[in-house]
Design a protein around this ligand. Sequence first.
Ligand code: PMP
Length: 432
Amino acid sequence: MATYEELMEKDEQYFAKAGRISYYPLLIDHAKGATLVNFAGKEYIDLLASASAINVGHSPKKVTDAIKAQADKMVHYTPAYMYHEPAIKLAEKLCEITPGQFAKKATFGLTGSDACDGIMKYARAYTGRPNIVTFQNAYHGSTYGSISMSAINVKMRAKMGPFVPNIEHIPFPDNYRGMYGQAKPNSIEEYLAPFKQMMETYLPPEEIACVVIETLQGDGGLLEPVPGYFKALYDLCHKHGILFAVDDVQQGLGRTGTWCSTEHFDVEADLVAYGKSLAGGMPLSAIVGRKEIMDSLEAPAHVFTTAANPVCCAASLATLAMIEEDNLLQESTRKGKIAQERMKKWKDEYAFIGDVRGMGLSIGIDIVTDKKSKTKDSQAALKICNRLFERGAVLIAIGESVLRFQPPLVITDQELVKALDLIEETMNELAE
Ligand code: PMP
């Protein structure tokens, strides 16, 4: 068997560097529930849930049984030419759990990135309009379309232009720092101003196909939109015939305590993208949208040979069933409250915690140089992550300085308390 050193050396030699945002030298051997076990047998509490891709935890029996049973029956046949039951059942289920009192249809892909690409395709096809509006600091994926929709990090886009044209990025209505990191606007009108000004000065609303937004801007730093903005934007879009699309790849499927995170905002999105946790870690994504929008493209406009793989669809059906049977939506809300209550106390205690925010088990802790200036302290955030790793829990910082707390929804109460204790110890050390 290869040693840790040999494997890491081979990784350096063969694994292309653009595919990994290096954090910890953690070579995982196996994982169960909320526990990761490294090559030497050391355990870590996973507070990242594989970037929110395993909401139901690592390798739950209900999901692995479904995977094994379907693999024995049929590993794959492309949905481009034939039909199979897991994909049909899953399309029905996703249409049921996605908010909206209207007929819907679903389509499948392999990653959150292709789902975001698809949103652009469907929105342009249905409206006949060319322009797409997304937000600064958004991460929508790594395919050419979704990378063009993203605006989070120059490294992501460097050396890669030209991008998919006609995509505008407007400021996200950050409830903590305001737009552009300047003084916080006072009213929803002020937050809507960049969008309105854009429509008045250079992008006529009748030429905008859709707006794509996250309910919590995940990789941007788990930013919360200012209260009221989401609904106001939705109303404004509908007034102008602009589709309202939500990228729920990270915040969906229980992460925030609801099936679809739009349920917190009194809106019924025209199009929703799902991915990550959709199939308990197996590669699967979906777009669910109004029937008439989803009927606006003809095959092969959105065909992927290995999409809607039956093993992945079976894993997804078992994942969604597990979320229901084990009350994981309620558990996400309950455990999120336990975590936030404790974290809000830290915010009062430690000068370097500027903000604690989020919904369900999707929580961000914003580390700052001081509370007044709200200047991001990426060095301190990194230090906390590294020290916490030494103590046996895995967390990363996003949006430069925001600790991303997104454990599997199945984390036990004991594990949750232990993880919070470890973070507190680490914070105490930093405060000394
Ligand atoms: N949308 C959002 C909101 C995401 O967080 C991500 C992944 N970080 C994606 C899309 C892309 O998903 P994937 O990496 O599966 O392509």
